[in-house]
Design a protein around this ligand. Structure first.
Ligand SMILES: Nc1ncnc2c1ncn2[C@@H]1O[C@H](COP(=O)(O)OP(=O)(O)OP(=O)(O)O)[C@@H](O)[C@H]1O
Length: 292
């Protein structure tokens, strides 16, 4: 059944001793989508992903990956590539040996040199893991995750510590996998990456899912902002919201209010200084979540 979700999480709880890190978490990831699980520090994203990856048992609730329990390694592992926050590479192995070993363990097939090239590690192929920089280690993590073009790719803060060129290369490789039909689950603190790429977003805070939807659905719950200043002696503008001599207007009708303001300024011959207008960003949704 191609329409069944790739991941189904139903009332998941994750506990560390007496501490419940994740509570009543439910969400589904559909085939081919990029689902971003975002949240504040300690919200429970990695704990949840670890259950999905089969690395951690749940305290309660159910998780299904391709319809199987994630503990069923034999069924799930060949179909899932993972880029964890902490990799477990042996320090003595070279890049090439690491990709080859993890590739074999994944149960998928690929050309080791192709994967090394794709991850920008060509010149480090014979270097030991212990001699790689932090960013190079992340590239190696990525190489092993995408080995063999998995149907499901789990990326836990994939671009943390990567320079801009490495980020671009990583996203280009993810885009190629998505073109081939792969499903991606992403956590990141770079909200612009999620805003640009996610089909849907789940927002976690203190162990629970607080919001879920497309970027448009999440951002339309908060007003957009228009801000500007006026030269001394200017007439009153048609929209209200004065603050310290400048104007800061929150609106759910950005286009209409901006149109009225510009028309008024044109007719009154008033210069709108430092004019800024823009839709709500994911950052604002995030801040509202933390403040709640
Ligand atoms: N091994 C552990 N033992 C005890 N508590 C843990 C352990 N791992 C995580 N926690 C706690 O569980 C909570 C959730 O942690 P988790 O790493 O899942 O959060 P996160 O959303 O991935 O955070 P971040 O964005 O900071 O990486 C935190 O309060 C954390 O301190």
């Amino acid at each position: 059944m191609t329409d069944s979700p790739v991941i189904e999480v139903d009332r998941l709880a994750v506990a560390y001793g007496d501490f419940t890190a994740v509570r009543d978490l439910s969400f589904q990831v559909r085939r081919g989508e990029l689902y971003a699980l975002l949240g504040t520090n300690g919200a429970g994203k990695t704990s949840s992903l670890e259950v999905i990856e089969g690395h951690r048992p749940s305290a309660s609730g159910t998780v299904r990956v391709f319809g199987e329990s994630p503990q069923n390694r034999r069924a799930v592992r060949p179909r899932m590539g993972m880029m964890l926050q902490e990799s477990g590479f042996s320090r003595d192995l070279t890049v090439r040996e690491s990709v080859s070993l993890i590739g074999t363990l994944s149960g998928r097939r690929d050309n080791v040199d192709r994967v090394i090239g794709l991850s920008g590690l060509d010149r480090k192929s014979s270097t030991q893991v212990s001699q790689l920089s932090g960013g190079e280690k992340r590239r190696l993590d990525f190489a092993t995750a995408v080995f063999g073009g998995p149907e499901l790719l789990i990326l836990d803060e994939p671009t943390a510590g990567l320079d801009i060129g490495s980020r671009d290369a990583l996203w280009a490789a993810v885009d190629r996998l998505r073109d081939e039909g792969s499903t991606v689950v992403l956590t990141t603190h770079y909200l612009e990456e999620a805003q640009e790429r996610a089909d849907r977003i789940g927002l976690m805070h203190r162990g629970t899912l607080r919001r879920e939807g497309t970027v448009a659905e999440l951002t339309q719950t908060l007003p957009s902002v228009i801000s500007f200043a006026l030269p001394p002696g200017s007439p009153e503008p048609p929209i209200v919201g004065a603050r310290n001599g400048s104007f800061h207007v929150e609106t759910f009708d950005l286009q209409g209010d901006l149109h009225r303001l510009l028309e008024w300024a044109h007719r009154a011959g008033v210069e709108l200084q430092q004019l800024e207008a823009g839709p709500t960003r994911l950052d604002d949704v995030f801040r509202a979540l933390e403040a709640a």
